[in-house]
Design a protein around this ligand. Structure first.
Ligand code: F6P
Length: 333
């Protein structure tokens, strides 16, 4: 490929190399990239536009929405709803499936997205991001309903996230490895800067919200306890810990230097089977992590093999460096 590839050039190259008919996917990814550029700008404006702080609404999960959650949801929806590449959309912020109005053409893909993940970090100026997962619309379906989105993660055509940090980086997989593109604000293009990302198999860094420790199950208690014992314990090495409370930032760190991220099953709110959403967070991140050579599980099951039962379903998440995740899974067996 040519020296410095933009996202579009890279996708066209993939399209040729893997000889699949995916021109429509390339165009859809251009739409997604455009939405992410606008969100990056909105997030970056911060207090200048008076959009920090809480909105006057709760989202479908009953969580307090930030003003930017609402704004970014609109930006993403408006950028994609009319372009003709989607049959329907599902947003973490919206209860029902978002239909494509009849005045617009429809395409063959479905998209699930979390427009602004980790939004509790906005007011404190830490990294947040957009996560998305692209599925095929089932054959013969004109107006997709909720059931058409309930596909296991193994069916994803493409998944990605955009992190709005010191730089804006779009990370993508469509099943042929993972690549990262940095936004060049001057040119307005995402440029391939992190080709073929691979996660080290071993790590000495874990990420978990330790304030929930008393609610965890025994296997996670055991794993974290062994890490904390460091060189004097059974692991015979010291571990470092990080918790940013922004999944995109944790996963980006893991893609860069390895690590394990856990939001495991706990009994804090017994009816809640995990904290993170399967369709908007766990599945797309699992696709990326697996494609980068890592592993992703609930502790008991590969996340991408879960048959979803609702679009806002939550699941336990343990993902990252292969050997560490495998160890936590073995403690569950
Ligand atoms: O699902 C949203 C999210 O903000 C994730 O990005 C993050 O990993 C997690 O929730 C943080 O949870 P907590 O507030 O319990 O630290």
């Amino acid at each position: 490929m040519i020296g410095t590839a933009t996202l579009t050039q890279f996708n066209i190259h993939q399209q040729r190399n893997y000889s699949v008919k995916r021109g429509e996917l390339t165009l859809l990814l251009d739409d997604v990239a455009r939405a992410c550029k606008s969100i990056s700008h909105a997030v970056n404006q911060g207090s200048l536009t008076g959009t920090l702080g809480a909105a006057e609404t709760d989202n479908v999960q009953g969580e307090v929405q930030k003003q930017l959650d609402v704004i970014c949801d609109e930006i993403f929806t408006d950028a994609l709803i009319w372009t003709g590449h989607l049959a329907a959309m599902a947003s973490e912020e919206v209860e029902e499936v978002i239909e494509i109005p009849s005045r617009f053409p429809k395409g063959k893909y479905l998209i699930c997205f979390d427009p602004l993940d980790g939004s509790s970090n906005i007011d404190v100026n830490l990294s947040v991001g957009t996560i998305f997962s692209i599925l095929r619309c089932p054959e013969g379906i004109e107006t997709p309903q909720t059931k058409d989105f309930l596909q296991p993660g193994t069916q994803q055509v493409c998944a990605g996230f955009c992190i709005y940090g010191p730089s804006t980086i779009l990370v993508l997989t469509s099943g042929n490895g993972v690549n990262g593109f940095t936004l060049d604000h001057d040119v307005g293009e995402f440029i391939l800067t992190h080709p073929d990302i691979k996660i080290p198999k071993d790590t000495a860094e874990f990420a978990i919200n330790v304030s929930n420790q008393r609610y965890w199950e025994a296997p996670v208690q055991r794993y974290v306890d062994e890490c904390l014992k460091g060189i004097e314990g059974v692991r015979e090495k010291n571990f470092n810990m990080r918790w940013i409370a922004s999944m995109v930032a944790e996963i980006y760190r893991i893609l860069t230097r390895g690590g394990i991220f856990m939001y495991p099953l706990d009994n804090k709110i017994p009816k809640m089977k995990g904290r993170l959403r399967l369709l908007y967070e766990a599945n797309p991140m699992s696709f990326i992590i697996e494609q980068a050579g890592g592993m992703s599980s609930t502790g008991r099951q590969r996340i991408m093999e879960i048959q979803p039962d609702s679009i806002h379903q939550r699941v336990p998440v343990i993902m990252g460096s292969y050997n560490e995740v495998e160890r936590v899974v073995s403690y569950h067996m």
